[in-house]
Design a protein around this ligand. Structure first.
Ligand code: SF4
Length: 332
């Protein structure tokens, strides 16, 4: 079975650029551990064939941290949980610009403005309509925004001021979402993802694995991601935050995480599949293996509420793997 499956992966995904179907993805999960190296080889070949050899490295900056009224059970920025993250007011234009310039000096091509909100209110929209063109004009960076659920007119306004990419994560499968979030629905999230694309912005749509969802629900999520048509999928692994309802959950096992990375690549051959939160604690020394399992981008440095490792460590890792770095090439 293994040979058939991997041969099909080579012809369908590697040659044809079509993601594996549901039955084959189930079989990937059944592959014995001894077959994992062969699986990773196909997944890595697929990412090089459809995404190129470079790894895109990105930093993220939180411009409005904490105090969010929503109750996403994994998130320490929710005001509903007794977590150590405290609300910080919106940064000024000067502070945003300074952060963007710092990012541009690293050689990055994209700067993502992240706000911990349910969705933008009029004050935040007015801020974004000034800041998005300002950052683009002053730094030459592509500007991405992550500011929660959008209305159609808000999506149109963000597109009109030049927002290049909009981040809105599905996080988990539709069937599991009510166990994780009760203050808004999965359908509201999906509707925003659709609006982003309808208005010509690129969709960045992430997932968070390890919240107690079943294997079937992860496969369900993959199908829903395919329906959403993202340009980029940040892959997060739960790093249980103190004070949140998921604080007591165990970390996902490292090899399980590696297998899921390969599976995502075989399901979504040409998306930017980015290492995001939780990779350090979940994968530890296997982070390099993940880079050869289908990942072609990473967030380096600190995440929104958790510490990542130093960017230099990632640079050393990528050098060791002989993987050229896309957006940070100027500082290497
Ligand atoms: S994930 Fe986003 S919407 Fe949910 S609580 Fe955190 S900041 Fe708010």
């Amino acid at each position: 079975m293994t040979e058939d499956l991997l041969a099909r992966a080579r012809s369908e995904v590697l040659e044809g650029g079509r993601g594996l179907g549901y039955a084959d993805l189930v079989d990937v999960l059944r592959l014995p551990e001894a077959e994992i190296p062969a699986l990773l080889e196909v997944a890595h070949d697929v990412r090089v064939r459809w995404c190129g050899p470079e790894v895109e490295v990105e930093g993220i900056v939180s411009l409005k941290t904490g105090g969010c009224p929503e109750d996403c059970h994994f998130c320490s920025q929710s005001s509903r949980f007794d977590s150590p993250v405290k609300a910080v007011p919106l940064l000024s234009h000067a502070e945003v610009l300074a952060a963007a310039r710092e990012t541009a000096e690293l050689g990055a091509s994209e700067f993502c403005l992240v706000y911990a909100v349910r969705g933008p209110d009029e004050r935040l929209m007015a801020h974004l309509e000034e800041v998005v063109p300002l950052v683009g004009r002053e730094t030459g960076l592509n500007v991405a925004v992550s500011a929660g659920i959008l209305t159609p007119s808000q999506a149109a306004r963000l597109a009109a001021v030049g927002t290049h990419r909009y981040n809105h994560n599905l996080e988990t499968a539709r069937s599991y979402f009510p166990s994780i979030v009760t203050t808004h629905t999965w359908d509201e999230r999906f509707a925003t993802c659709a609006l982003v694309r309808e208005h010509g912005m690129e969709l960045c749509c992430g997932v968070l694995l390890g919240m107690g969802e079943t294997v079937e629900q992860r496969l369900e999520l993959l199908g829903q991601l395919r329906d959403g048509g993202p340009a980029e999928v940040p892959g997060n692994f739960l790093d249980p935050r103190p004070g949140t309802p998921l604080a007591g959950r165990p970390l996902m096992a490292a090899l399980e995480a590696i297998r899921w990375i390969a599976l995502f690549r075989l399901a979504l051959p040409d998306v930017i599949l980015r290492y995001a939160g939780g990779r350090e604690v979940t994968l530890g020394d296997l982070q390099e293996m993940g880079m050869t399992a289908g990942i072609n981008a990473l967030i380096t440095g600190n995440y929104l509420t958790t510490l990542g490792r130093a960017p230099q460590e990632d640079v050393v890792m990528l050098r060791g793997l002989k993987m050229p770095i896309g957006t940070l090439s100027k500082v290497i």
